[in-house]
Design a protein around this ligand. Sequence first.
Ligand code: 26V
Length: 825
Amino acid sequence: MDNTTPLPVGLTKDEIKRRVTEMVRTVFRKTIETASSQQIYNALAYTIKDYLSDRWIATHDQYESQDVKVVYYLSMEFLMGRFLGNAVLNLSLDETIREAMEELGVDYNLAEDAEADPGLGSGGLGRLAACFLDSLSTLGYPAYGCGIRYHYGIFEQHIENGYQIEKPDNWLKFGDPWSVRRDEYAMEVRFGGKVNSVKDEQGVYHFVLEDYHSVLAIPYDYPVVGYNTNVVNTLRLWDAEAIDRFDLQSFNEGNYERAVEEQNLARRLSEVLYPADNTVAGKELRLRQQYFFISATIQRVLMRFTEKHKEDFSVLPDYVQFQLNDTHPSLAVAELMRILMDTYYVSWDQAWEITRKTCAYTNHTIMSEALEKWPIELFSRLLPRIYMIVEEINRRFCANLIDWFGNDPNKIRNMAIVADGQVRMAYLAIVGSHSVNGVAAIHSNILKTQELRDFYDIYPEKFNNKTNGITQRRWLAKCNPGLSRLITQNIGDGWISNLDELTKLKPLAGDAGFQTDFMRVKRENKVLLSNYIKQTSDLSVDPDSIFDIQVKRLHEYKRQLLNIFHIIDLYNTIKMNPYMEIVPRTFIFAAKASASYHRAKLIIKLINSVADLVNNDKTVNGRIRVLFMENYRVTLAEQLCPAADVSEQISTAGKEASGTGNMKFMLNGAVTVGTLDGANVEMLEEAGEDNIFIFGMTAAEVLALTQSGTYSPWNLYNMDYNIRFVLTSLINGTLAPGEHDLFREIYDAMLNGYGGARPDEYYVLQDFQSYKNAQFKINNAYKDTARWAEMAINNVATSGKFSSDRTIRQYAEEIWRIKPIQVKL
Ligand code: 26V
């Protein structure tokens, strides 16, 4: 279907100038000359939002009049990045705005930079949700993103004396120009209380909740602008408030504190994002948050549905799809059951059939620490009616298990939704959905053959794969204007809406002229990054060195340790061979560690200690530089991707579900050094083995080694002098002068196991030699500039598969069965 109706020219340069000037005057009482960048940014944001409104409304009119099926992407996290630049790009207003600002004498870059980067997500899962929204709108699919309007996003990371320090991220400090508060759609969400059964006039019993306390959920809607289309979808984030703004009685009785108490209690719900990723800390507040946004969303969706279809819920799955972004929204299964049964008196069997057709679940991790389980005691106290329903779902499910497998307590124990004192959210999601997908081919296979094998055996038809993707609008067109221009000059701009067109670059990969242009752009991007580094950390880096980048959450399975061990080894080698010739390299890290993840924080300190040692050593003389950039976030990623030569994707095979940073770097012409893990496997398939540096054990080898129980890091230590040297530097004061024992924990974890873990759980030492070999090959390959350019260009040319447009089309056609709409103005 064609969604590329040309945009009406509504916003001319003069109109922008007029509106911004006017807004600055009326809202801030300033002139253009005296307004701050912050104020200009706000004025621009309001101007663009204003301009969008017609399309936004038209999109929703279209949903209504055509009564289309809509997907609701339910996610605890949306890591959107800044709005302004993206909206402007997708509306093709970039040039016009730049000219308008220039004529006003305003520095547009400064204004853009005044926007906060809303960190309403902790990593890959939240950023994926944001890329999906961009693709949904661009492709014209009717969709909502539904989540929580945290007042504080993921913490701001500072590095002090090499250690991570967390500071609150008050992203709303200067207002929230993109949102529209929709009081008219506020919903009541109930917690606690007890369940009673009440007989109606027909003598039928219904369950009602009594003595509960409620919170008001208020939606804030944010526009999601598609590229080159009139479709503007909605990101709906719920904020919490007390039901009675003020408990007047308490107030009149002079009990002011009681009156504010309710308000505070409610507010806490949407106050802050939990910054952990891949670990669960069964926190009550987090369960509250989950139910809060799920209940509000589902109530609202059903309300909207009944306006059109009365109570004919049998057709609900023809109009509504819920996609559960990991297990965090899996209460949706029980909440949908609850409303259908308790509010609309639908029978269990019918409600169950509707629920299963309406929900679909995506799994994003096989790290067992990340599997959400809630203690029954907490779950049943906080959500008594939901708990009853989950128990009943479980009872029926277990009865089926007994039918299939006989009365086998182990089967029940392994598969039950409620077992061993806990509610297992993944199992609830699987049983209550019609689709279960992993996020890369290898990951989906591991789910089928290992982690969720028992479920695959009984529901093979539910399991499928949807390899992740990223939006090329933000991750190339927006963040890398130099490369975008070069590509467009050579093959046109079709790639912005159809990334497969990048294959047209293939014939140019060997073209000397194109190679030169490509490397010039890369160098310009490296200069830009070097300037930024100089400005922010006062470190000089050489734009002619290899920029080797590992940026992602800090996690042992992602193996930042492998990278830093290799750097220590390289340093040791240089110290022993002072005249050694290597291509100068700048190693860049950025990563947030979960505030409570002690080991991860220690690894950050280690990286910074290595940086101190290496960067200040005269013998090294700048051949290698190590840099830990603080506060990794979307905005920083946008600066790093265009400047990377080498992309580090080195997780223990089998552990990284997909990765999406890997795709961003590939798209921007970095060459990957990586394991056969996550989407790296598919990147290898696309790029071919000549254009990627693969090393290390395969997932099967990791599994076999683990199962054999024979892995012995001491053997590697005994037999490899270099490994021994690296490990010794952790404990002999080289890296921590005066604090010998600072890194002993890491040393112990590698060799002996620490705190009950297996020694070197993630096989850093096992893969060390093979990683070193790969790095040596990279060093040599870079010396041949033409060969390197060819590799890098081939990566760009073969990255088409990794557009989130492809991913979303697959979700839409294979899981959601929704159709694109056209919006005419
Ligand atoms: C789990 C938890 C557990 C409770 C505390 C808060 C919290 C927050 C997030 C998560 C989810 C972690 C799972 C995750 O982010 N997985 C990543 O998903 C990416 C998108 O599919 C994928 O590319 C990464 O490989 C995968 O690690």
